[in-house]
Design a binder for this molecule. Structure first.
Ligand SMILES: Cc1cc2nc3c(=O)[nH]c(=O)nc-3n(C[C@H](O)[C@H](O)[C@H](O)COP(=O)(O)O)c2cc1C
Length: 324
């Protein structure tokens, strides 16, 4: 599983940085792959409020780190951790910039009515610190986190917030911190990291493998984590396949063909499905390999792609038998 940490404080090595780092260290020990974005130094451009995403499904700001990388990571992540200090009863301006750009994902969900393949299993965790001790100190942050997690299709599962934390390093003296982090790992990481890993492989990892991986993720997501890759990955997913999935409400946006090594965020597969007639190789030595002899579609028209999708659905439905 992949955990994406969003470190929202501009203070490097500060309380938020430490809190997030401590959580991610424990998550990595539990077997998760982790990735942190230092949001204040990422160079993300603020939302222009232009409405482009509501008419195009993508952001008009196409050349910054949000479009280049962060949307893709938000889609790939099984757990998104939003970490921020309280600044004037809200999140930091830096994290807010990233969250506002998620209006694109909101549009895909609510305007285009597309469903993210990980929607049923993705979790959201909030970590926060503040200097004072007021009762409503974290109310603003909770509200923003709630609607952020909804837009990125994550279930807001847990929040760890700490009062009276001001000077750099003060969080380290917080009573019960290690126990709190362990409990958060139990709730947000362990159920997801224990799933079986299933790798789908096709020559370019651009059409049949990602289609199957996404279907299997939606159908059996509480039991398996899927990934897809290719021996020679193409630069983009096959657009007619992406549209065929959109016709049944599935969002494949921001996904890219991956190498076999990168397909499961670095995790080793428990089962590999090789799709294609000529794919004779074993994708990962020592791992059980099942072959699906679904040929490459001869054309890319809607009818052909819809037929492939239906055929793939039939295969995916029987996938769990491969573990027997
Ligand atoms: C611009 C700014 C605004 C802040 N506003 C609040 C606030 O409204 N309430 C509060 O309790 N602490 C406030 N703080 C204190 C921080 O939340 C606190 O020092 C925190 O530990 C900083 O975390 P960091 O080390 O991760 O940056 C503010 C700090 C700054 C710099």
């Amino acid at each position: 599983m992949l955990i994406l940490g969003l470190q929202g404080s501009p203070r490097k090595g500060g309380n938020t940085d430490h809190l997030l780092g401590a959580f991610l260290d424990k998550a990595a020990q539990a077997g998760a792959a982790v990735k942190t974005i230092q949001v204040a130094r990422a160079g993300i451009v603020p939302c222009k409020g232009c409405g482009y995403c509501e008419t195009h499904g993508t952001c008009v700001i196409a050349d910054d780190p949000m479009s280049a990388e962060v949307y893709g990571l938000l889609r790939e992540a099984d757990l998104v951790v939003a970490a921020t200090p309280v600044f004037f009863y809200g999140i930091t301006a830096q994290l807010k910039v990233l969250i506002d750009r998620c209006q694109t994902l909101w549009s895909r969900k609510y305007v285009y009515k597309l469903k993210d393949p990980l929607a049923a299993t993705r979790n959201g965790l909030l970590l926060s610190v503040a200097a004072s001790r007021g009762r409503q100190l974290f109310d603003g942050i909770h509200l923003t986190a709630k609607y952020f997690f909804d837009a990125i299709d994550a279930r807001f599962s847990h929040a760890l917030v700490y009062r009276g934390v001001e000077s750099k390093g003060a969080i380290r003296k917080q009573d019960g911190l290690a126990a709190d982090l362990d409990e958060a790992i139990q709730k947000t990481v362990l159920p997801l990291v224990r799933r079986k890993q299933v790798l789908f492989v096709s020559p370019t990892g651009a059409c049949r493998a990602p289609m199957a991986a996404v279907m299997a993720q939606q159908r059996f997501g509480t039991r398996i984590r899927t990934g897809s890759g290719g021996w020679s990955p193409a630069t983009a997913l096959h657009d007619p396949m992406v549209r065929a999935m959109q016709r049944v409400g599935v969002d494949m946006g921001f996904r890219r063909p991956a190498t076999i090594e990168r397909a499961l965020a670095g995790a080793a597969p428990d089962l590999t499905i090789v799709i294609g007639q000529h794919a004779a190789e074993t994708a990962v030595p020592g791992v059980k390999t099942v072959r699906w002899s679904l040929p490459e579609p001869a054309a890319s028209d809607d009818e052909t792609m819809d037929r492939l999708r239906m055929e793939m659905e039939g295969r995916v439905e029987k996938l769990m038998q491969s573990f027997e």
